[in-house]
Design a protein around this ligand. Structure first.
Ligand code: DSN
Length: 445
């Protein structure tokens, strides 16, 4: 029988797995890993027990191709209510006229927008992958880069001025490329960019060349919902976002747009790209949208950014170079080379993993190393802020990272750091102490 010792109250599905001890054991082990190591991947979070309950519900049994009121199979009375609730909550949260909550992931949400707004071969202007953009912003490794003609903008070069350190979106370049290439669509949004993205200059440039404007809010969605970052809804023609990053919901995505594009977007998602929607995930999205509408969530979003700033300052003191000189969102991108010219992102990630610090290697702008090796690390605060950590813990973690990477060949150092990480995590358990009521009744009031 699997051990239930690690299962806190409020993580309901795990107790039902007695029939499959192998999977039950793996879930217990993953809960243990998440609870005893530091989760610093900028795109991850700890979903609430209510989100987990909806995601693990009987809604997974139902087929519901189509949309509320227009389904291809019978038996969708309840499902229609679930999806309508999720759509209404998403629209209310972001102030949008229309929401499609069916995309399984951010990648399929972006693909659906391209399919709705473009013909194959059309030109799109988006951020280059190695400057902070996402695979679905036209990387040659993604189907998006094969179906459409992407032209890429990047960030300005770094400077030696601390007041204006550079490595921010180069709007002169966006403007010049838009005029030269006449794209049909301009995409804003990134996966490794630590600054706030203002949608207005993109809108102005898009208007000046008659392009549509997509804002990919996969990363900052929770910061937007918490009113810490500007809301692109009503400025961009379409906004895509994932529900599991700063928004702290289940794995998945959604698309927001005005009424005039609603039919095209819906048709592109289903039947264009997807079959049956994942209604259990949609119910969990509805729960997350409600949680994100509570005043406590705005407080959470503000703390995510405050923690990222404290973390960035402390990492700079350890000798790492902050790409763009700092952060105003939930992530810090560091250049490892000034700390240690020999240290790659890959080696750093692996050493930190052994010390119980989970993060990901990342290219930095104009990185001389490959995306598999990299010269940078991306570190994020959404998950550990959910667990209750604050600036003091961020400074402790930065010191642990510096110590680990300075003495990465020394097993005794890695073991000592691992012990300190375990103690720190024990003081901030993401799902409460085993047997105790999960302290994450957050945002349910
Ligand atoms: N994998 C996501 C991230 O970590 O940013 C993007 O798809």
């Amino acid at each position: 029988m699997p051990s239930r010792a690690a299962s806190p109250e409020g993580v309901p599905s795990q107790g039902w797995l007695e029939s499959d001890p192998e999977v039950a054991r793996l879930l217990d082990e993953e809960l243990e890993r998440q609870s005893t190591t530091l989760q610093l991947i900028a795109s991850e979070n700890f979903a609430s027990p209510a989100v987990l309950a909806a995601a693990g519900s009987v809604l997974t049994n139902k087929y519901s191709e189509g949309y509320p009121g227009r389904r291809y199979y019978g038996g969708n009375r309840v499902i229609d209510e679930v999806e309508d609730l999720a759509r209404a909550r998403a629209m209310a949260l972001f102030g949008a006229e229309h929401a499609n909550v069916q995309p399984h992931a951010g990648a399929s949400a972006n693909l659906a927008v391209y399919a709705a707004l473009l013909e194959p071969g059309d030109t799109v202007l988006a951020m280059r992958l190695d400057q902070g953009g996402h695979l679905t912003h036209g990387s040659p490794a993604s189907i998006t880069g094969r179906l459409w003609r992407f032209v890429a903008y990047g960030v300005t070069p770094p400077t030696s001025s601390s007041a204006s350190p550079g490595e921010v979106i180069d709007f002169d370049q966006v403007d010049a490329l838009a005029r030269a290439e006449r794209p049909k669509l301009i995409v804003a949004g990134s996966t490794a960019y630590s600054r706030q993205i203002d949608p207005k200059p993109f809108r102005e440039i898009a208007d000046s060349v008659g392009a549509k404007f997509l804002f990919d809010a996969a990363h900052p969605a929770g910061l937007i919902a918490g009113s810490v970052h500007p809301n692109p809804v009503g400025i961009a023609d379409v906004v895509t976002f994932t529900t599991h990053k700063t928004l702290r919901g289940p794995r998945g995505a959604a698309i927001l747009c005005g009424r005039e594009l609603a039919k095209d977007i819906d048709r592109a998602v289903f039947p264009g790209l997807q079959g049956g929607p994942l209604e259990h995930a949609i119910a969990a999205k509805a729960v997350a949208f409600r949680e994100a509408a509570q005043p406590a969530f705005a407080d959470y979003a503000a703390r995510v950014v405050e923690n990222a700033r404290a973390f960035a300052n402390a990492l700079a003191e350890e000798g790492f170079r902050l790409v763009s000189g700092g952060t105003d969102n939930h992530m810090v991108l560091i250049d490892l080379r000034p700390f240690d010219a020999e240290l790659t992102g890959k080696a750093a990630q692996e050493a930190l993993d052994r010390a119980g610090i989970t993060c990901n290697r990342n290219t930095i702008p104009d990185d001389p190393r490959s995306p598999f090796v990299t010269s940078g690390l991306r570190l994020g605060t959404p998950a550990e802020t959910t667990a209750g950590m604050g600036p003091e813990q961020m400074r402790t973690i930065a010191a642990l990272i510096g110590r680990t990477l300075r003495r990465r060949e020394d097993e005794a150092t890695l073991r000592a750091v691992r012990g300190e990480v375990r103690e720190l995590c024990a003081a901030f358990p993401p799902y409460g102490r085993p047997g105790a009521r999960a302290h994450l009744a957050r945002g349910t009031g």
